[in-house]
Design a protein around this ligand. Structure first.
Ligand code: UDP
Length: 368
């Protein structure tokens, strides 16, 4: 067996790991740490103060908390906005730690969707790889990602091809997908009457459309997730005072899968190009079909007519029609798809190959 790699992973600076503010990247990071740790790789995760990885049991994984003001989220900024960096920010503090400690690591892996790590890449002696977790949002980020892709081929990883296509033409990306620990999601053959909606409660997730569809069909809707934008949440509650909805809060995986499994389908209503949609594969693992707008990552996940339905983007009537056809879908087919395509083993293999390719390429170009 090849000797273990020493990996330094830099988490998202928008919130502590475990808070839900980071969205799907928190789950991806958790799963990657668990899988690579079990394979014997040594991982240090730099993350904002208060971070925890409760679902990672591998002793090979340690968290190094870093103090500082959280970074503003990229999806709340205008396309042509300037780069924002709080003076006492956690992001520069994390990269300062990485710079000082870099010789202890074979590879540094960035999970932040922020300009600074891309800009700093050529200044590091050790190789820096970037797992980009959202599609194109700002001009500055598009340029920063394209620059690294051109200067350091193979260093940009993404979730999906659809996501990769949102970046500047010629930005070559490695498509790495996502995965979940299937053993933590129980298959539920007999659901109740409710539908599920899960995710950060923030305008780009389009929750109001799922609520409108619930109101029209009369199907109860269970909502799970972090309220990232309280004003938006309040506004949509006022807009649909009589909709049959129930907000259950931000749930941990064990509770989340128990509720989700009981639902007839997961409804995904992204207004943006969803880079992946981790909630979709969590649903499939429970045997829950997915109804989603035909936009971004879900188009690469859902098999229409088999494990879900893809709907005309932003069409509530399209959602309503798809809801009427849920019973045509086989819940076992959903679970099977999750097992075939989204296991942690497959994710670990893809990431390890990506890391080895970066290190192999570097060994050829950098004399020892
Ligand atoms: N999630 C959670 N608890 C909840 C609702 C959602 O932990 O109550 C997690 C879910 O498991 C998923 C993430 O929130 O990992 C949402 O990720 P996704 O990729 O769907 O969207 P993103 O937030 O990255 O845009």
């Amino acid at each position: 067996m090849a000797s273990p790699l020493n990996l330094l992973l830099l988490s998202t600076p928008v919130g502590p790991l475990g808070s839900g503010l980071g969205g799907g990247v928190e789950l991806t990071l958790t799963n990657l740490c668990q899988e690579l740790g079990q394979r014997g790789q040594r991982l240090t995760v730099l993350a904002p103060m208060g971070s925890e990885l409760p679902d990672v049991t591998s002793p090979q994984v340690t968290i190094q908390p870093v103090a500082g003001t959280l970074q503003p989220t990229a999806h709340t900024q205008e396309r042509d906005c300037e780069v924002l960096l709080p003076g006492d920010g956690v992001l520069p503090a994390m990269w300062d730690y990485a710079r000082r400690q870099q010789q202890q690591y074979d590879l540094i892996v960035n999970f932040a969707y922020d300009w600074l790590p891309f800009y700093l890449t050529p200044f590091f002696d050790q190789p820096v790889a970037h797992f980009v977790t959202m599609g194109s949002l700002t001009t500055a980020m598009d340029r920063a990602i394209a620059t690294v892709a051109n200067q350091f081929p193979g260093r940009i990883g993404v979730y999906t091809q659809t996501q990769a296509e949102t970046f500047l033409p010629g930005t070559a990306c490695e498509v790495l997908g996502s995965a979940i620990d299937l053993s933590r999601y129980r298959f539920c053959p007999e659901p109740g009457a409710a539908l599920a909606w899960m995710g950060r409660i923030s305008p780009e997730k389009g929750l109001e459309d799922a609520i409108a569809a619930a109101e029209t069909t009369g199907c109860p809707l269970k909502i799970m997730g972090k309220i990232e934008n309280p004003a938006y949440w309040q506004q949509i509650q006022q807009q649909y005072p009589n909709a049959p909805i129930e907000y259950l809060g931000f749930l941990g995986t064990d509770q989340l899968q128990a509720v989700l499994g009981q639902c007839r389908a997961l409804v995904m209503t992204p207004r943006w190009v969803e880079a992946f949609g981790n909630v979709a594969i969590e649903a499939l693992a429970c045997g829950v079909p997915v109804i989603a707008y035909r936009r971004g990552g879900p188009t690469e996940i859902i098999r229409p007519g088999e494990t879900g339905w893809l709907v005309e983007p932003d069409s509530v009537s399209g959602l309503v029609e798809a809801i009427s056809k849920i019973d045509q879908l086989d819940r076992w087919a959903c679970r099977r798809q999750a097992e075939q395509d989204y296991s942690l083993t497959a994710l670990g293999d893809r990431f390890e190959q990506w890391f080895q390719a970066i290190l192999g390429r570097r060994a050829k170009t950098v004399p020892c």
